[in-house]
Design a protein around this ligand. Structure first.
Ligand code: GLC
Length: 421
């Protein structure tokens, strides 16, 4: 009896100490639209489990702008800025110095995640992040319109161009004045590097920098791929696509304004949602192949990382474990459409009922092509900047494909110097 009373007192003291130590943690979460429901769900679980408070911060939507902001925040070593955040697949190495080493804390999670995604986050033998969701480029199409015109989903870019031209003309003649054949991400930013990689590599033009670190972009196939994309602008794709990121492209497609769209998996759940004008009319497939080439999807994805300056790393890791568990990943799929990074969820009946197309994506993920981030080491941000600027110059008619790949070759060689570091 006495022992029991003592342990109760100890528990009460511990509880009050915990309350006294309650901290406020900050997590990246965009509290808008469906995202808000996801943020609230996480907040509820975290606060109930730990007694701490969770606040959200929103970052710019573009990957490269976001990276710039994180680099500034981390340079100031501000422990109050952010505790848990998402790092793009291509930046885990770049942010190495500023993120917590999670090797011990997350060791038991490894077997549950896709091995490729897990490996991406190991820097110098240490686990620096946990995969939040998988991404790879895919082609969306309007099933109803292909049927109306007796066309099949396109296997090559050439076919895509032909079908898009034909159906765009047909729909415009039928009174849909603003209808476009294709939308993609043509703004000068990280997303354009992904689109450019898909065009160039699918034409057999390489990956800009090969796995040994050699710059390979100055070749005729790469030039041809960029010229092909430039030929779409103002014909089957709106001039405005030169300002599109993912959400702008999705807005046009989801409102019924385009036949084809290049985008990431999240767009599927949203396009098929009850409030979507194209609900039930959308198909998704691997991206088309280039002439004499193959279908190539850029590998994307985001990773949960803890700031090395967090004032309460233990609570931040507890939060990371909540957002990384199977229940949270299902919630994220349901609300924001992002594809799970946990293997078992691809066989989970609830997941398959909610997102049957994930079976298709699983193969696309397995073969997705990484951007040249690993081999270019600390220089990747500059490398990508050079790639999307060169691509943008071709899309906007300022440069021919041939000129652009020659210029990009020397630019990348200059960034490389003696070697990537
Ligand atoms: C997606 C991808 C990410 C990529 C970005 C480009 O968010 O997951 O890897 O950098 O798109 O816009």
């Amino acid at each position: 009896m006495k022992v029991r009373t003592l342990s109760m007192v100890a528990a009460l003291v511990a509880a009050s100490l915990n309350v006294a130590k309650a901290d406020t943690l900050r997590m990246e979460c965009a509290p808008t639209g469906a995202g808000k429901e996801f943020c609230d769900y996480v907040k509820d679980r975290f606060e109930t489990q730990t007694g701490h408070t969770l606040e959200f911060i929103e970052f710019p939507p573009s990957s490269d702008e976001k990276l710039g902001l994180f680099q500034q925040l981390f340079a100031a070593r501000d422990g109050n800025a952010v505790d848990l955040f998402q790092a793009d697949t291509v930046w885990v190495g770049l942010l190495d110095r500023h993120t917590l080493d999670l090797t011990e804390q997350v060791a038991e999670l490894e077997a549950d995640f896709f091995p490729g995604a897990w490996q991406n986050n190991i820097v110098n033998g240490r686990v620096k992040a946990v995969p939040a969701f998988l991404d790879s480029g895919a082609l969306y199409y309007r099933q109803d319109l292909l049927e109306k015109y007796g066309e099949q989903p396109p296997a090559s870019w050439e076919e895509l161009t032909r079908i898009a031209t034909r159906i765009q003309e047909g729909e415009r003649a039928a009174g849909h004045r603003n209808f476009w054949g294709l939308v993609f991400q043509g703004k000068s930013y990280e997303g354009l590097t992904c689109n450019a990689l898909e065009w160039v590599a699918s034409h057999g033009g390489g990956d800009f920098v090969d796995s040994d670190g050699q710059v390979t972009i100055d070749n005729a196939r790469a030039a041809r791929a960029l010229d092909m994309a430039a030929g779409w602008v103002g014909t089957i794709a709106p001039q405005g696509a030169l300002g599109y990121m993912e959400e702008e492209a999705r807005a046009v497609f989801q409102n019924g304004g385009a036949l084809f769209m290049r985008n990431w998996p999240y767009a599927y759940v949203l396009a098929q949602a009850d409030n979507s004008p194209v609900k039930g009319k959308v198909g998704v497939m691997p991206l088309p192949s280039g002439a004499e080439g193959e279908s190539v999807a850029a590998l994307g994805g985001w990773q949960w990382s803890v700031s090395a300056y967090s004032k309460n790393p233990e609570a931040a890791v507890a939060l990371l474990k909540i957002v990384s568990d199977a229940e949270a990943q299902k919630k994220a799929l349901q609300l924001v459409g992002v594809a799970p990074s946990r293997v078992a969820l691809y066989e989970d009946p609830e997941v398959l009922a909610m997102a049957p197309y994930l079976a298709e994506f699983r193969d696309i993920f397995a073969n997705a092509r990484p951007r040249p981030a690993t081999q270019t080491r600390g220089q990747y941000a500059r490398v990508s900047n050079a790639i999307y600027n060169a691509t943008y110059n071709v899309l906007s008619g300022r440069s021919s494909g041939e000129q652009a790949v020659a210029d990009l070759q020397s630019r990348l060689e200059r960034i490389k110097g003696k070697d990537w570091r």
